[in-house]
Design a protein around this ligand. Structure first.
Ligand SMILES: Cc1cc2nc3c(=O)[nH]c(=O)nc-3n(C[C@H](O)[C@H](O)[C@H](O)COP(=O)(O)OP(=O)(O)OC[C@H]3O[C@@H](n4cnc5c(N)ncnc54)[C@H](O)[C@@H]3O)c2cc1C
Length: 835
């Protein structure tokens, strides 16, 4: 066969010394798939000292997607701590693997040069570069003149800035994978090629082994690293792995004068293209804005080292645009126009970790065209996760448990796949949403909200109201890094909540009923707070793992002696259910039911919410009769709804859980009466700015699985003294004893103009100490507000350390003074909430 590097490679050479012949009957770990991800996972398991690790590959190593990757490896340009970490680690590994294995990875640290041709792109890349530098990735801004110097054949007249990341560069993906496989074998891993997994055996919630065309292997753990086949492997085990193979292209030219191997990889996001040297010519790849899903009827059986016939007609316009950046491409001869399939996930994040459906089946798939450059880090994360049972990086973005079953329907995957490839290169404005596969998962109120001018965002497939346009204004976003066109609309919703009363469709909340004679006993062991409370009481709590870090952040309301209602974020519903199933013994008298669809939710908040609600209910909702953190059933019109007096916005308020069939009746009743008191409909943007002023935490945004409640200011919600303790208590006590290495702090800019979103670097007394995890505009506090953890060069972060510093926050290269506080800046004494 001819590989893309123009080298003749025989099937025997590709297989070379990596295969063993006798299939064992038992293994500790079976890894399915011999691409870069499977081999990296095997390599890292061996590094951690695990024996009896077996890797099964249906054809030959790299035969799926890995063999034809363009080999770009870069750590610069990512805006998520875990992704930057994985990419940086990968670079370090690939540049050192030869020393260990004797096999070169083809690593060339020529650097990556990313171009910005619009002011918005400059701002975006400045923010990203500052973030990446915080993680030790040297992404630096350079002038257009310097760009020209580094890439003389590039057209640079339209360039405003370049961003150069030294040490980024390129590898040969086949060589990388072979080196990882060799390293794995040196560590004792057995690699079997030409061995296809045809079935997976399970018992209760455990996988017991795999069936292959060469026999069965019993296994204690199975890891699904089968690339675009991972969805099918998932189905064998009853595990949801939604991904879609999609056409992915690059073109290689004949040699061009002036192109040499030392040129940095050039990335032109605005032309949806990247360029690098290849045997004296240019390899340029495309991330076209409208892409084509592939193999909708199933991947062909014999797809091994496979290629897809290029669709010249579809791609020609994109090729022409891409060629404008290097005019010499227009006259260069074409050596190869290559199209291969790559797996894309619905949200452009990989799917990694322990599958929620089983207790010992892991997945690492869906790498969205970044599998080589994340491969080293992804394998390390997977191995550590399997060995320790708990990941040591923030996995809230990449956790496979975020995926929902409907996202695996062929139509959803097909429709979303059109957009995801190009989304990667599009301008990364704040609050951007996918446009495809929309308008399907709607709350009962959707059409009413739409009539009222709602602009809808999407999360976990839900259409949720983000903000409301005033009458006569089209609800449409004009994206920018400054105040977007809806800023004042959302500000009005924010103010209505602080000063009067506002209503939010909150139906996206995940709702789980836990019932049975043993419900209290097991829930109380899972919750760090005490849920052995009187009926009607609502408890805010975290669920911790054995290391004391947070697995879930939610409320538990006691509905009856043997019945609890759990309310969690919309994206964590599957993970929460899996945690319950894993920690409640099968023979306990406890039943877990997802009742998200059974109730719609309206969240009514604001100082006038009592006045307003008393007009529509006969129930006594005075402070005495209906205290904070209580649930009661109240009447609204003809309906009975569960009202929980709680707030995530820092005001007096109630969440109404309405049986779905009564939704519109309740909504209409409330809106009709609301007209008399100035009730305002609000969206999730206002919810976010309100909660940031109050510094309420948001799991998956500002707190994650690597935090314990202590560092992030949630100590108050941990009951160390309750009988029976809770999961993670010992570890939490040890952390307490050791002192906190970081603390979550709330910041308020002194200048009312600049905007905080995410990732801005926090300086204390002139030194970087952390970054903003979530930011928004504090319309009541009068400036941008954000929360972020700060460190003290490895030492303990005391209250005094936080208070004694002087703070600035770097926004796209400019530092702005900020106030810092460990207590919420808005209503620290909870006077608004408890009145
Ligand atoms: C044109 C193109 C260019 C790219 N360029 C880059 C780039 O520059 N940088 C980058 O980071 N990424 C790039 N990528 C993406 C990258 O190639 C992939 O993300 C990566 O190779 C995925 O690796 P994997 O191990 O998950 O999948 P694969 O390489 O597909 O490995 C999965 C393996 O599982 C095996 N398998 C399947 N079913 C079974 C079974 N039943 N039993 C046993 N084995 C099975 C398959 O045969 C296959 O070998 C590119 C992709 C394309 C298409």
């Amino acid at each position: 066969m001819l590989n893309i590097w123009g080298l003749k490679m025989s099937k025997e050479e590709a297989t070379a010394e990596n295969s063993t012949t006798k299939l064992p009957s038992h293994a500790k770990v079976v890894i399915i798939g011999g691409g870069v991800i499977g081999c990296s996972t095997a390599y890292h398991l061996a590094k951690l000292g695990w024996k009896e690790v077996v890797l099964l590959e249906r054809a030959q190593l790299t035969a799926g997607t890995t063999w034809h990757a363009a080999g770009l490896v870069e750590a610069g340009g990512f805006f998520s701590a875990t992704t930057v970490w994985m990419a940086k680690y990968t670079l370090e590994l690939y540049s050192s693997l030869e020393g260990e294995t004797g096999l070169s990875t083809g690593y060339k640290g020529v650097g990556t040069l990313t171009l910005a041709t619009s002011p918005a792109r400059v701002e975006e890349l400045r923010r990203v570069a500052a973030f990446d530098r915080q993680f030790g990735v040297p992404m630096e801004e350079i002038s257009p003149e310097k760009v020209k110097e580094l890439w003389p054949l590039a057209y640079t007249d339209d360039i405003l800035a370049g961003f150069l990341t030294a040490k980024d560069g390129r590898v040969n993906p086949i060589d990388v994978t072979m080196a990882l496989a060799k390293g794995a074998r040196l560590g004792g891993v057995q690699v079997f090629e030409e061995t296809a997994v045809t079935g997976i055996t399970t018992e209760n919630r455990r996988v017991t082994g795999v069936v292959t065309d060469k026999g069965e292997i019993q296994a204690e753990y199975v890891v699904n690293c089968a690339g675009m086949w991972a969805s099918g492997i998932g189905k064998m085990a009853g595990v949801n792995v939604p991904l879609q193979p999609t056409e992915h292209y690059y073109l290689i030219t004949e040699p061009i004068e002036g192109i040499n191997i030392e040129l940095p990889v050039l990335v032109d996001l605005d032309k949806y293209a990247y360029y690098r040297e290849e045997t004296g010519g240019v390899l340029f790849g495309l991330f076209e804005p409208v892409s084509a899903p592939w193999a909708l009827d199933g991947i062909p059986q014999d797809f091994t080292f496979g290629e897809i016939r290029p669709d010249w007609d579809r791609m020609m316009p994109y090729l022409e645009v891409a060629m404008q950046r290097i005019p010499a491409l227009e006259t260069a001869g074409i050596h190869k126009f290559f199209c291969g399939p790559e797996s894309f996930t619905p949200d452009l994040e990989p799917m990694m970790g322990l599958a929620p459906e089983l207790d010992n089946f892991y997945v690492a798939a869906g790498f969205n065209s970044l599998g080589i450059l994340l491969g080293g880090g992804a394998g390390k994360v997977m191995a550590q996760w399997i060995v320790d049972g708990v990941p040591d990086v923030d996995i809230t973005e990449i956790d496979i448990a975020r995926m929902l079953p409907f996202q695996n329907t062929p139509k959803y995957l097909k429709d979303r796949a059109v957009e995801v490839l190009g989304f990667m290169f599009e301008e990364g404005y704040p609050n951007k949403h996918f446009k495809t596969a929309r308008n399907v998962r709607k709350s009962a109120f959707h059409d009413r909200l739409s009539e009222a001018g709602a602009y809808f965002g999407t999360y976990a497939g839900w259409e949720y109201p983000d903000w409301f346009a005033p009458k006569g204004v089209e609800p449409k976003v004009e994206y920018s890094w400054g105040r977007q066109n809806w800023f004042e609309y959302s500000a009005a919703e924010h103010r209505a909540t602080r000063e009067n009363v506002a209503m939010l469709d909150y139906s996206v909340m995940g709702k789980i009923l836990v019932q049975g004679r043993d419900a209290e006993k097991y829930l109380n062991r899972i919750c760090a707070n005490n849920v052995a409370v009187p009926v009607g009481r609502c408890v805010y709590t975290q669920w911790l793992n054995e290391t004391g870090t947070i697995e879930a952040d939610l409320t538990v309301t006691r509905l009856a002696e043997d019945q609890f209602l759990i309310l969690s974020g919309d994206g964590t519903i599957t993970a929460v259910q899996a945690w319950l199933k894993r920690h409640i013994p099968a023979d306990a008298h406890v039943f877990v039911t997802n009742i998200t669809s059974a109730y719609s939710v309206l969240n009514i908040q604001g100082p006038k919410s009592r006045d307003f609600l008393s007009r529509v209910t006969h129930a006594d909702i005075s402070n005495e009769a209906f205290p904070f953190l209580n649930m009661q059933e109240i009447d609204i019109g003809y309906a009975l709804v569960k009202a929980i007096r709680i707030t995530y916005m820092g005001e007096l308020g109630w969440e109404l859980y309405i049986p779905t069939e009564f939704s519109l009746h309740v909504f209409d009743t409330l809106v009709e009466t609301g007209a008399d008191v100035g009730l305002k409909l609000m969206g999730l943007q206002a919810l976010d700015t309100l909660r940031l002023e109050k510094a309420y935490r948001d799991y998956g945004n500002d707190i994650d699985n690597t935090d314990s409640p202590l560092e992030v200011g949630l100590r108050y919600f941990v009951d160390f003294d309750k009988p029976g303790g809770f999961i993670g208590k010992d570890a939490l006590l040890q952390r307490k004893e050791a002192g906190l290495k970081y603390r979550m702090v709330q910041f308020l800019l002194e200048d009312p103009e600049p905007l905080l979103y995410y990732g801005e670097i926090i300086y204390r007394d002139g030194k970087p100490v952390g970054y903003i995890m979530a930011g928004g505009y504090g319309h009541t506090l009068g400036a941008s507000v954000g929360v972020g953890p700060i460190e003290n060069e490895g030492e303990t972060v005391t209250v005094d350390f936080v208070k004694s510093g002087s703070y600035e926050i770097d926004i796209a290269g400019v530092r702005f003074p900020a106030k810092a506080s460990l207590r919420p800046m808005y209503d620290p004494k909870l006077e608004k909430v408890r009145c």
